[in-house]
Design a protein around this ligand. Structure first.
Ligand code: FES
Ligand code: FE2
Length: 346
């Protein structure tokens, strides 16, 4: 059974990285070529000519169509063959798969399932994206050489910051404060309040009040591979489950988009959002660089975990902290099985 959910939007690229040239990518093990039409709309086609399977990305753009670089079969952005230069008749069954695609939040999204079910309204709503009081740190991307489910585990695991992010997100209580798991039809949330502690190094320059803080770590992953990671800081005594938001409440929300390239590689995209200093560009650059450095720390761990688990020769041990990830994996496996059963019946 494939481990991918298909009837969903994945991030295929940062929008500015795709223009009027043929850009090959791989997603869910499939080779895809991205480009933009003359009026700027994104197009996504199977990256394999149906004649000899040469990647179409080795050909060239002709208007809104793609011409194969071997013998010139030409496909429009719906994947239909519209020209066969070497013969009078266009082969009647020559076509390539086309994928619905759109731009949102500076990201280029692709729908990998049944095109008839692609609905742009299903893309996550990023609250406050256009709120001028909030800063948006534009997205960035990196390759992580691991299965995307190891990243899901990581993004449902607030405790790892105590060891992996010692100089940024770690702080007193991150190693051993109990967590609370909640789940609904969208995914799983693992969260906890850490009360009356100094803000950790990454957040200290961002939080506006002095003294100790109550800190929420909210780690959420939505099916199949989109994480919402929120940090809330309030002056000590004002936080906790009954927090009342006021002018001192600092919020940082990171959105993480995990795009499976194949079973061993994931393209990681993210953007960040905070409710302070919307126009402080120096601070924004610092936050962006700090986050990227932390994600590099995750990357080193995750690629080694992927290899370790793939090549293991001795038994593994479960920990209580795995509960949220286990819950998520079970929910995702059920959804994938349902999707595949429905496809088999269609
Ligand atoms: S391989 Fe594309 S036309 Fe021959
Ligand atoms: Fe991390």
């Amino acid at each position: 059974m494939s481990q991918y959910l298909r009837n969903t939007w994945y991030v295929a690229a940062l929008s500015p990285d795709v223009g009027r040239s043929l850009t090959p990518i791989k997603l869910l093990g499939e080779a895809i070529v991205l480009y933009r039409t003359e009026d700027g709309r994104p197009a996504a086609l199977e990256d394999a000519c149906p004649h000899r399977k040469l990647p179409l990305s080795m050909g060239r753009l002709k208007g809104d169509a793609v011409e194969c670089g071997y013998h010139g079969l030409t496909f429009d952005c719906s994947g239909r063959c519209i020209d066969a230069a070497t013969q009078a008749r266009i082969p009647p069954f020559a076509k390539v798969r086309s994928y619905p695609a759109c731009d949102r939040y500076g990201l280029l999204w692709i729908w990998m399932g049944d095109p008839a079910r692609a609905d742009e309204k299903a893309i996550i709503e990023i609250e406050n994206h256009d709120n001028p009081a909030w800063n948006i740190t534009q997205g960035d991307s990196m390759l992580i050489e691991c299965n995307y489910l190891w990243m899901v585990d990581n993004l449902l695991d607030p405790s790892h910051v105590a060891w992996v992010h010692r100089s940024s997100f770690a702080g007193a209580g991150t190693d051993n404060t109990p967590m609370q798991i909640t789940a609904d039809e969208h995914g799983v949330i693992n969260s906890r309040w850490l009360l009356d502690q100094p803000p950790p190094p990454f957040y200290a320059p961002l939080v506006k009040f002095h003294g100790n803080a109550d800190r929420l770590q909210h780690y959420e992953v939505r099916y199949p591979a989109l994480a919402v990671n929120m940090g809330i800081y309030t002056p000590a005594g004002k936080g906790g489950p009954d927090m009342v938001e006021d002018a001192d409440t600092y919020r940082m929300i990171s959105y993480h988009f995990l795009t499976p390239i194949d079973d061993d590689n994931t393209q990681y995209y993210w953007l960040q959002h905070r409710n302070t200093d919307p126009h402080d560009e120096a601070l924004t650059r610092k936050v962006a660089a700090g986050a990227k450095a932390a994600f590099e720390e995750d990357r080193a761990i995750l690629r080694a975990v992927h290899l370790g688990m793939k090549n293991k020769t001795t038994p593994t041990t479960g920990l209580l902290l795995d509960a949220a990830a286990s819950h998520f994996r079970k929910g995702l496996a059920e959804r994938i099985a349902q999707e595949q059963a429905a496809d088999a019946q269609a």
